[in-house]
Design a protein around this ligand. Structure first.
Ligand SMILES: [Zn+2]
Length: 210
C-alpha cells in the first residue's frame, strides 16, 4: 500500500457529502485510512434533510470512528441541498476550503444520479477554482457504482480499514434499513479484485498533481 501523503507533513483532507452517511458509503475506507496514516481529515456534511438531531448525533459518532473532524454546513436548518441557493453553498464551501487549505478534496461524482449529490459536485468544483489541490470523486451507492462506466480510474486500497468503514456506516442507525452493508463489502471486494487489493474503493480523478 503506497502512502498518499508524506509521513512528515501528514496532509489535510477535506471531504464533502450532501447528506449524513454519503461519505461513509462512498469514501469511508479511504478517509479512515488517511486518518490512520496521520492526515488531518475533515468531513463536511452539506445538509441534513430529516431527523436532524438524531442524524447529527449519528454523524458525529461515525466521524469519530473514522478519525475525522465533522462540519455541518447548514446546521441552522433542516433542508435538502437543492433548497440552498448555489451562491450560498459555494460561499460556505469557500470559507471551509480557505480555513483548512486542503491538499486533497473528495466529493460526489458529477455522474451521481441523485440530484443533491451532483449539486455538491458542482459547488465543490466552483469552490476550488482558486485552490491548488487534488480532487477525487466518488459514487455514493453500490448500485450506482455497479452501473457506472466512468468510475474506476483510481483505486484506493482500503483492506486495512474495510471493517472500520462498515462500522462507520452502521453508526447511522436511523438509516440502516436502506443501507445495505453486505453490498458495500461486496462492491469493495469486486473493486479490490480489479485493482489487486483485498478491498478497494474506486474514485474518478478530477485533478491530481504528480
Ligand atoms: Zn445523499
Amino acid at each position: 500500500m503506497n502512502r498518499i501523503f508524506d509521513e512528515e507533513k501528514g496532509g489535510r483532507v477535506l471531504a464533502f457529502g450532501a447528506h449524513p452517511d454519503d461519505l461513509e458509503v462512498g469514501a469511508g475506507g479511504l478517509l479512515a485510512r488517511l486518518s490512520d496514516e496521520g492526515a488531518d481529515v475533515y468531513m463536511a456534511i452539506v445538509s441534513i434533510p430529516n431527523r436532524a438531531e438524531e442524524r447529527r448525533v449519528e454523524a458525529r459518532a461515525s466521524a469519530e470512528l473514522i478519525g475525522a473532524d465533522l462540519f455541518i454546513l447548514h446546521e441552522e436548518k433542516q433542508c435538502r441541498v437543492e433548497d440552498i441557493p448555489m451562491h450560498e453553498l459555494v460561499r460556505r464551501m469557500d470559507q471551509l476550503v480557505g480555513d483548512i487549505r486542503p491538499d486533497l478534496v473528495i466529493t460526489h461524482s458529477a455522474h451521481d444520479l441523485h440530484w443533491d449529490h451532483s449539486l455538491v459536485n458542482r459547488a465543490t468544483v466552483s469552490a476550488l477554482r482558486r485552490t491548488p489541490c487534488d480532487l477525487l470523486a466518488f459514487l455514493s451507492s453500490p448500485e450506482m457504482n455497479a452501473q457506472a462506466r466512468s468510475v474506476g480510474q483510481c483505486f484506493a486500497d482500503i483492506s486495512k480499514t474495510m471493517d472500520k468503514k462498515i462500522e462507520a456506516i452502521s453508526a447511522h442507525k436511523s438509516q440502516l434499513s436502506r443501507l445495505d452493508l453486505e453490498s458495500s463489502r461486496d462492491l469493495a471486494r469486486a473493486m479490490g479484485r480489479i485493482s489487486g487489493y483485498q478491498y478497494a474503493e474506486a474514485y474518478e480523478v478530477l485533478r491530481v498533481r504528480i
